[in-house]
Write a protein that binds this ligand. Structure first.
Ligand SMILES: *Cc1c(COP(=O)(O)O)cnc(C)c1O
Length: 403
């Protein structure tokens, strides 16, 4: 087999469909967010970033940066081993305590990313609990799907955000079979929110473990930024809360918070936790600092929501097809992969605005979109420029407007 030709052909097919991914090479400059330098064809130019998951700008928060620098100087660049073999630093333990406290759970466990957390925890639980059946929301993130698949347990996919469909599927199964229900709070591409309380009612009725991915909610919802489950007053009813340190908290890493026994079980049996080097202590210190700031900053959450509402209002007033999001995520429908890529390119070329196109397989075909993520650092002038730029591109490409 000519391997290289095979790779080339597959890539060409992606390009022909318009689904080929092109990365924007950015140079983030601490203190300038959401502005950054874009490197392209040997030149560099200022752009405004409108698609970052650094939702609260904590990745450039001066206190977080200072804490990271201090910890690196005090403790070095790396952790020095897996958690079991010399890699557990005091800063990891403190971070886990902070996370358990944030979610009001007995314990927490950190992973190298949110992806690894989902993959490891779901596969470890579903594989080790005998006869476990996993019920997965149809729009769950790839990391959950892969974790469930890796467990080789029975899996049922329930209609997105539809507790009645979940209950229908559960009732078809053996009442005595162990069950695990996996879902998200904020779905990151549509910006809708799960009916968490109703789903928990079902978990409780049928004795199923509840697993909630709050990756796009931690830091941003609830009085202390613990997520939508906190906002809805149901955090104590969720068995396993999963989150990331990389989005609103602005650093890197993932985690779960749960009962002491469950956390100890994953610590003891989770391969993706055991067989990998611990996060650098400087990362743990910065993440903990970021969490402690965000917990105490409801004003940041208010401003974040206010900015998102302002963007939605401005785009809607201009007749642009904003999809019905209930959250800080602002998806604008294009509905075609080639046009979506082109819209993103033209935004950059003509307006120095960066919004990455979101195409298949991240979203369904025909729902390709520009996913805009306002932050507290996008001011009114930036929103006006964004609105005018999108209107210009919608005109140039003759894209569909709001119905
Ligand atoms: C980004 C994301 C993850 C993975 O988190 P990372 O920390 O970036 O690895 C998990 N779940 C959802 C829903 C996500 O969007």
């Amino acid at each position: 087999m000519d391997y290289d030709a095979f790779f080339g052909e597959r890539l060409n097919a992606l390009k022909a469909r318009g689904d080929y991914r092109i990365f924007a090479e950015l140079e983030r400059r601490a203190g300038d967010f959401p502005s950054a330098l874009l490197h392209e064809d040997g030149a560099a130019d200022d752009v405004t970033v409108w698609c970052s998951n650094d939702y609260l700008g904590m990745g450039q928060n001066p206190d977080v940066i200072a804490e990271m620098v201090r910890a690196v100087q005090a403790h070095g660049a790396g952790a020095g081993g897996t958690r079991n073999i010399s890699g557990t630093n005091r800063l990891h333990v403190q971070l886990e305590q902070e996370l358990a406290s944030l979610h009001q759970k007995e314990a927490a466990l950190i992973f190298t990313s949110g992806y690894v957390a989902n993959m490891t925890v779901l596969s470890t639980l579903a594989r080790n609990i005998p006869g476990c059946i996993v019920y997965s929301d149809a729009k769950n993130h790839n990391s959950m799907i892969e974790g469930i698949r890796h467990s080789r347990s029975d899996k049922r996919v329930w209609k997105h955000n539809d507790p009645a469909d979940l209950e229908r599927l559960i009732r078809e199964d053996d009442p005595d079979a162990p069950k695990l229900v996996a879902f998200e709070s904020v779905y990151s591409m549509d910006g809708d929110i799960a009916p968490i309380s109703e789903i928990l009612d079902i978990c409780e009725r049928y004795n199923a473990i509840s697993y909630l991915d709050e990756v796009h909610a931690v830091g941003m919802y609830g009085d202390t930024g613990a997520g939508v489950a906190e906002r809805d007053g149901v955090m104590d009813r969720v068995d396993i809360l999963q989150g990331t340190l990389a989005k609103a908290f602005g650093v890197i890493g993932g985690y779960i918070a749960a009962s002491a026994n469950l956390v100890d079980f994953i610590r003891s049996f989770g391969n993706g936790f055991i067989f990998t080097t611990a996060l650098p202590p400087g990362i743990a210190a910065a993440a903990r600092k970021s969490i402690s700031i965000v917990r105490q900053s409801p004003d940041m959450r208010v401003r974040h929501q206010e900015r998102a509402a302002a963007v939605k209002a401005s785009l809607r007033a201009a007749g642009l097809p904003v999809m019905p999001s209930e959250t800080h995520i602002v998806p604008v429908l294009v509905g075609n992969p080639v046009a979506c890529r082109r819209a993103s390119d033209l935004l950059m070329e003509r307006h120095r605005i960066y919004v990455q196109p979101i195409n298949y397989p991240t979203v369904d075909r025909g729902t390709e979109r520009l996913r805009i993520t306002p932050t507290p650092f996008h001011d009114d002038a930036a929103i006006r420029r964004l609105t005018e730029a999108l209107l210009d591109i919608w005109g140039v490409l003759d894209l569909k407007r709001a119905a």
